[in-house]
Design a protein around this ligand. Structure first.
Ligand code: RIB
Ligand code: CA
Length: 312
């Protein structure tokens, strides 16, 4: 079903993120399998100040010498939805990283996104948090949607699966208006939603392997995993946790391991109970497709790739 990939060139990526425990594991994964040209941060799992600090600290942990730009501290309509109950107050669970030596390069993520797209002709945009920075960039320069190879988001879900509400996934719910701008922009869009990421779970077996590897990075990822389990399942370590953001990274670096289908997706911005829902039209007569939705994945292979990236 899934072809093995050979002699892979690393795709060039610009990552927008809200670290965030799974964002942190995604950056570890991206450092191994992609060429990261830069990182932008957005408020999401925790406020912007924390996502920025965490990103700088993770870059130093990974010896990633890339520019980090901060962006939106709240959604397009001004709201701020966070998830400290899942990621901890500081955003990385119990993991404490040294205070970063480097500073952010600017506080204008949309400008950096637009400028980077103009300077890299084969750039993949990857969004791991609320889509506010991406929406701002598209509103400032709509032409960027035609210049990037594609935009891959961890966000939304097929089949109405929610996590922050019964209907909505967190990244979309945090800024539905931004998501609506993105889904209607004409960008080549890959949606890696909860229906996909829930198929890729890690837990105690993996964190024990990482801890026994006993390197700075492997111990950090082991602690991030344990924190995730503790925060989501109140310490029930028999439960596994979904690797949301690493799936989006691997959809760019290892697309052969995923099955995506052209679909028309609408973002609900008004519903009392359904705000933030991504309504995926799966009727046989396909409406005008505005994105590709991920449905299947070689889960075992993805877990091996995440572990391989973490054991450095
Ligand atoms: O719903 C999961 C997504 O929301 C992940 O990207 C997680 O980091 C949070 O941003
Ligand atoms: Ca995230």
């Amino acid at each position: 079903m899934f072809k093995r990939s050979v002699n892979k060139l690393k795709p060039q990526v610009l990552i927008d993120c809200d670290p965030g425990i799974d964002d942190a594991i995604a950056l570890v994964t991206a450092a191994k399998y992609t060429e990261i040209i830069g990182i932008t941060t957005v408020a999401g799992n925790v406020p912007l100040e924390s996502t920025a600090r965490n990103t700088l600290a993770l870059c130093e942990l990974l010896e990633l010498d890339v520019p980090v730009h901060t962006g939106a501290a709240h959604a397009l309509q001004g709201q701020l939805v966070t998830a400290e109950e899942v990621h901890g107050d500081a955003g990385l669970g119990t993991l404490t990283l040294p205070t970063p030596r480097k500073a952010i390069s600017s506080d204008d993520a949309p400008a950096y996104i637009i400028d980077s797209i103009g300077r890299h002709e084969k750039l993949h945009l990857v969004a791991l948090g609320p889509l506010t920075n991406i929406a701002h960039a598209i509103q400032r320069d709509p032409n960027i949607v035609h210049q990037i190879v594609d935009l891959t988001i961890m966000g939304g879900s097929a089949h109405g699966i929610g996590n922050i509400t019964a209907a909505a996934e967190f990244n979309i719910f945090a800024d539905p208006e931004a998501a609506s701008v993105v889904f209607s922009s004409g960008v080549r869009l890959n949606m890696i939603g909860l229906n996909l990421t829930h198929q890729v779970q890690m837990g105690l077996a993996e964190s024990k392997r990482l801890a026994s590897k006993n390197t700075v990075v492997s111990r950090a990822v082991a602690e991030l995993l344990l924190s995730y389990q503790t925060l989501i399942y109140a310490g029930n370590l028999s439960k596994t946790v979904p690797m949301h953001d690493p799936c989006a990274i691997l959809a760019v670096s290892h697309p052969e391991l995923f099955t995506l289908t052209h679909r028309n997706v609408t973002v609900e911005t008004n519903g009392t109970y359904s705000r933030g829902l991504t309504l995926v039209d799966e009727r046989r007569v396909p409406a005008e497709s505005n994105c590709r939705v991920a449905y299947e994945v070689d889960s075992k292979r993805l877990i091996k790739l995440i572990l391989n990236a973490s054991m450095i």
